[in-house]
Design a protein around this ligand. Structure first.
Ligand SMILES: NC(=O)C1=CN([C@@H]2O[C@H](COP(=O)(O)OP(=O)(O)OC[C@H]3O[C@@H](n4cnc5c(N)ncnc54)[C@H](O)[C@@H]3O)[C@@H](O)[C@H]2O)C=CC1
Ligand SMILES: Nc1nc(O)c(N)c(N[C@@H]2O[C@H](COP(=O)(O)O)[C@@H](O)[C@H]2O)n1
Length: 232
């Protein structure tokens, strides 16, 4: 699986404010670039924190790009994928409409009745990862969250080979922690958000050593900000 993480941050590295509501950090040119990256992907992935905060749609904005994909024998929109251990995605979430296939990555911690309701609402459920019985302590490498590596193997069996990850900070950290990131693009908008509780590009537990190092491959001025491109 090729994994491209993309995010927009303020100059102080925040994805959003302490209210966790969507903040428009990108300008028109960056949103168009994001649409292009989506169009190249087989699937767009977010964490359930992003679904609950933003209720994103994750489809293509540009009709021409949908048409081009269909001409190439691909679905008009990339599939949508949510890392959602406990199946907290609302059944009326926008990502569950019929404009694309939507996979919910869940763990053993998800309630079976809830999964039935989400299947009825149109979701394809992929279960990996489970509860080690020891609470959220991270012991045994299993804290009841989705095992992203195993889930990606399942998605590959569904023909998904290229994933674009749009956030948020918890999921992005987990992907770096698991060594699953191939490419990172970060749009840095010219604003300060601040707030110790505001989400950043990589949240989670954070690293204390063995920090993932990246190769800077490009720097581009875009809208009123800067696009930074990295490979791992
Ligand atoms: N500026 C930007 O480009 C973007 C900003 N955002 C912002 O980010 C915030 C949401 O980010 P977060 O709260 O960090 O939530 P998130 O979107 O990273 O979701 C985290 C949740 O995913 C679930 N999950 C399942 N398996 C997991 C695993 N293995 N590792 C980590 N999480 C796993 C857990 O329930 C966890 O609470 C919102 O404020 C949203 O507006 C989100 C996307 C893009
Ligand atoms: N690239 C980017 N720039 C910003 O300024 C943003 N606020 C976001 N947010 C994320 O974009 C997604 C919205 O998707 P739809 O337009 O509803 O399809 C979602 O993942 C937001 O968190 N991204």
């Amino acid at each position: 699986m090729y994994v491209h993480v993309n995010a927009a941050v303020s100059v102080d590295g925040k994805l959003s404010s302490r209210r966790r509501e969507q903040v428009e950090i990108s300008g028109a040119d960056d949103f168009d670039r994001v649409d292009r990256v989506r169009a190249a992907a087989d699937a767009v992935l977010v964490g359930v924190g992003t679904v609950l905060a933003d209720d994103p749609h994750l489809t293509l904005d540009e009709e021409d790009r949908r048409v081009q994909r269909l001409r190439n024998g691909r679905p008009g929109n990339p599939a949508r994928v949510v890392a959602d251990s406990r199946a907290r995605t609302p059944t009326d979430a926008r990502i569950l409409d019929d404009e694309a296939t939507t996979y919910l990555l869940v763990s053993d911690a998800a309630d079976p009745d809830r999964l039935d309701a989400l299947r009825d609402a149109g979701a394809e459920v992929v279960a990996t990862g489970g509860d080690d019985g020891g609470g959220d302590d991270g012991e045994n490498g299993d804290d009841g969250r989705v095992d992203l590596r195993a889930a990606f193997d399942e998605l590959e069996r569904e023909g998904i080979e290229r994933v674009m990850v749009e956030g948020g900070g918890e999921v992005i950290f987990s992907l770096f922690e698991a060594g699953l990131v191939d490419e990172l693009t970060v749009y840095v908008g010219s604003l300060v958000i601040g707030g110790r509780g505001a989400p950043t590009l990589a949240d989670g537990e954070g690293f204390v050593d063995d920090f993932p190092e990246l190769d800077l491959t490009d720097v581009e001025r875009l809208d009123d900000g800067v696009l930074l491109s990295y490979e791992t």
